[in-house]
Design a protein around this ligand. Structure first.
Ligand code: GDP
Length: 201
């Protein structure tokens, strides 16, 4: 899929105020600093559509972007940042839960994980929750350029092994790098295929 336009629509913390348009929507979420803003900029070929983080945990809003005037890309707040207080974590959980529960336009989520790290409890629990709530998602391994060509497959395989302790099948996944553009075509084609299916139904 070629990106011919990518525009910011709105930010808010209330799912009821999100755009009313019935366009297919894809949400990007992950721990702070995982490389979400960089990935969104890479996918859309825009230098700063999503702001790359000066201070992690700062952007606690649901950010809507409209792509090619026919689908929404949603940048959700990064979770699990240590400096966020317990009470603001609760508020965060509430509005993210509400977003996933109520946003009928949502077609699929992308859960970002840093390919260098072992599976983190917070990511595993979040994916578990998505599964229990029947919300389709893919895993996006980020920053793959930071691992050597030999180390990368080992690291992905050990992540898969860990996932298969909890899942019957490994969820769909993409290996990406915002520096090299790896994974860009695959993710955009994947979204395009789903958009075609959604239009048909
Ligand atoms: P966010 O907090 O999840 O939005 O993360 P950012 O996109 O702001 O990235 C956090 C840091 O990781 C920044 O210093 C980025 O330059 C860096 N980063 C993000 N993606 C990549 C990548 O694919 N490769 C490399 N080498 N660095 C990355």
């Amino acid at each position: 899929m070629k990106i011919s336009s990518a525009e910011f629509v709105m930010s808010n913390s209330d799912v009821a105020k999100c755009p009313k348009d019935k366009l297919p929507e894809y949400a990007f979420i992950g721990r702070s600093n995982v490389g979400k803003s960089s990935l969104i900029n890479m996918l859309t070929s825009r230098k700063s559509l999503a702001k790359t983080s000066g201070r992690p945990g700062k952007t606690q809003l649901i950010n809507h972007f409209i792509i090619n005037k026919n689908w929404f890309l949603v940048d959700l707040p990064g979770y699990g940042y240590a400096r966020v207080s317990k009470s603001s974590k609760k508020v965060f959980q509430k509005f993210i839960t509400a977003y996933f529960a109520k946003r009928t336009q949502l077609v699929s989520a992308f859960v970002l994980v840093d390919c260098r790290h072992e599976p983190q409890k917070i990511d595993l629990e979040f994916m578990q929750w998505l599964g229990e709530n029947q919300i389709p998602f893919s895993i996006v391994f980020t920053k793959s350029d930071k691992l050597s060509k030999n180390k990368l497959p080992d690291q992905i395989n050990s992540y898969i092994e860990e996932m298969l302790k909890y899942w019957v099948e490994m969820p769909n996944y993409f290996v990406t790098s915002s520096s090299s553009g790896l994974g860009k075509e695959d993710i955009l084609n994947y979204i395009n295929e789903i958009n075609i299916q959604v239009k048909k139904s």
